[in-house]
Design a protein around this ligand. Structure first.
Ligand code: HEC
Length: 187
């Protein structure tokens, strides 16, 4: 029996994480997923599922059950962002980008996004902008800022707690992401 997989950017990213490949094109990944042997390795229901919050196999979207709400990615009123030297934040952000210990599932931001992987055309737009994954998972087509997508990716694909809104970590990754964005050209 042939398994059919509905590929969403999220399932592709998750699958990419499982097949242990960071630089992979959608058609190549789809081909790998069509192969039952690789499919077993790429099983989104395996123990190390980055979106394991609830039952990852219940929903069409493996990350859909994460319980992320508009509130959880909204800066609380009166809480200011950490401010510091831009170069220092950038260097710290670059370090965090590679840091697998900030997730609960062994992934780092770089696992999915090195070489501008797992990003689509919206990443070329100035922030804030709409991001299809955010809409798909929380059901609201929000205008999303850079710090909000950092928090979202922390909670969803990284299966971790979001950063404190006044933390140096959030400021650093946000600074890094906006710098990283400058080199992005939609494929
Ligand atoms: C398991 C893979 C995965 C991991 C790990 C991951 N992300 Fe993402 N990220 C995604 C997916 C999927 C999207 C949505 C791409 C789309 O639909 O455009 C995304 C989108 C983004 C975007 C851009 C959205 C836009 O269009 O403006 C940024 C920035 C981003 N992630 C940052 C991060 C950061 C920072 C981390 C680490 C804290 C991280 N990601 C970890 C999968 C991942």
């Amino acid at each position: 029996m042939k398994k059919t997989f509905k590929m969403t950017p999220v399932s592709m990213a998750v699958a990419a994480a499982f097949v242990g490949v960071t630089a992979i094109s959608a058609p190549v990944l789809a081909e790998k997923l069509a192969n039952p042997i690789v499919l077993a390795a790429a099983n989104p229901c395996a123990a190390k599922n980055p979106c394991a919050a609830k039952n990852p196999c219940a929903a069409k979207n493996p990350c859909a059950a994460g319980g992320i709400t508009v509130e959880s990615i909204t800066r609380p009123e009166g809480v200011k962002a950490y401010e510091g030297d831009k170069n220092e934040l950038l260097a710290y952000g670059a370090k965090l980008w590679e840091d697998k210990s900030i997730s609960s599932n062994g992934l780092s931001c770089a696992t999915c996004h090195t070489g501008y992987n797992t990003l689509s055309a919206s990443f070329a737009l100035p922030y804030p902008h709409k991001i299809s994954m955010v809409k798909a998972q929380i059901g609201v087509d929000l205008m999303v800022d850079a710090e909000q997508i950092v928090q979202f990716c922390m909670m969803s694909p990284m299966a971790a707690e979001p950063f404190a809104w006044d933390s140096k970590e959030l400021a650093a990754l946000t600074t890094f992401v906006t710098e990283f964005q400058k080199g992005y050209k939609p494929k």
